[in-house]
Design a protein around this ligand. Structure first.
Ligand SMILES: Cc1ncc(COP(=O)(O)O)c(C=O)c1O
Length: 339
């Protein structure tokens, strides 16, 4: 294993030894190629640079107590990348190729999978973009698929800590019939102004409302939203949010531990009825929300005062992280063990 300060890793980029690249040219995908360079050579007229033909994924692998590397639900990320590719007319990556590239990138950098118990994990970033040159607005004829990995520290150092969020009405990250439901870079570029404004005002992130009417909750920055009412888990139904794999997994877990689930529109006013609120996604699994401020009405919704996550969020979090690390049985068949 390489020598890194595993307990003090940032949630950021750390160089590893190898990455994997595949090219779609002349109507077919190449075999995965291994590279030790952090740089990619790109045509200056590539559609990925000019017209936003770009999508990415994010998934994690953890080392278990038994020393084995466990990868969480890679097939869901492969499917979502296919849906992103269709959404912006790119050549989809065949699932076998996705799997081979991801598994190869992990195996070649196995030394960078953090040790069990450090709270850190290996983050895997598949990236697909139009690499062929075009000047008119049209899809590229060539695509590049890259997979790199980087070890990341736990999102919350020293345990899960509730965060504060700010409602945003003056920026939309995606339009109702646009690209909000796929993972393309443009959505993130569009969200930056709102995220920076929230951070500048002392909030950890922003709560986006539906772009059309500003009546319903959409998502929390780069994570899905959920609220807990009694023993019910409620999450937004919206055509402009990313279908989160962690959200789907939390709902599956909830179903098995007697917590009801609802996926439906959530009016902003319903924020006053939740016992617990959280943001969920690969990075943090669950970020419990302590309070949500609505700067337009000066209302503040408070969910935890003692700095601790609520009991239902904590139960779901512990179960999901337990499955990811191998401390809990993989009852849903979500884990692939790689060596
Ligand atoms: C906009 C957005 N919503 C939700 C999520 C959570 O998705 P997942 O659980 O698949 O990581 C992410 C992170 O990928 C995201 O970027």
């Amino acid at each position: 294993m390489v020598h890194l300060n595993w307990n003090d890793l940032p949630f950021g980029y750390v160089k590893t030894d190898f990455n994997v690249r595949c090219y779609f040219r002349d109507g077919k995908w190449s075999k995965p190629e291994i590279s030790d360079s952090e740089y990619i050579n790109i045509h200056m007229a590539a559609t990925g640079l000019h017209y936003g033909q770009e999508s990415f994924e994010g998934l994690k692998a953890c080392r278990g107590k038994d020393g084995k590397v466990r990868l969480f639900r890679w097939d869901e990320n492969a499917k979502r990348m296919t849906s992103s590719a269709h959404g912006i007319v790119m050549e989809p990556v065949p699932h076998d190729l996705f799997r081979e590239a991801v598994f190869t990138a992990i195996r070649l950098n196995e030394n960078y999978v953090p040790p069990y118990g450090s709270g850190a994990s290996l983050y895997i970033r598949p990236l697909l973009y139009g690499s062929g040159p075009e000047v008119g607005v049209k899809p590229s004829k060539e695509y590049t698929f890259v997979v790199f990995v980087t070890p990341v520290g736990p999102y919350f150092k020293g345990g899960v800590k509730p965060v504060n969020m700010m409602i945003c009405r003056d920026v939309d990250r995606a339009a109702p019939l646009g690209t909000g439901n796929i993972k393309v870079g443009g959505n993130y570029a569009a969200s930056l102004r709102a995220i920076i404004k929230a951070r500048d005002n002392g909030y950890s992130n922003v709560l986006f409302l539906d772009a059309k009417e500003k009546k319903y909750i959409d998502e929390c920055g780069p994570a899905n939203f959920f609220g807990i009412k009694g023993q019910t888990y409620i999450t937004p139904l919206s055509e402009s949010i990313l279908p989160s794999i962690i959200n789907k997994s939390l709902m599956a877990i909830a179903d098995t531990i007697g917590i009801k689930t609802e996926r439906r529109r959530i009016p902003v006013e319903e924020l006053s009825e939740f016992d617990e609120v959280g943001a969920c996604g690969t990075a943090a699994v669950i970020s419990p929300v302590a309070k949500i401020t609505d700067p337009d009405t000066d209302k503040t919704y408070i969910y935890c005062k003692d700095g601790n996550p609520g009991p239902v969020s904590l139960k779901l979090y512990n179960k999901l992280v337990g499955i990811q690390c191998g401390d809990e049985p993989d009852e849903f068949g979500w884990i692939t063990i790689l060596g």
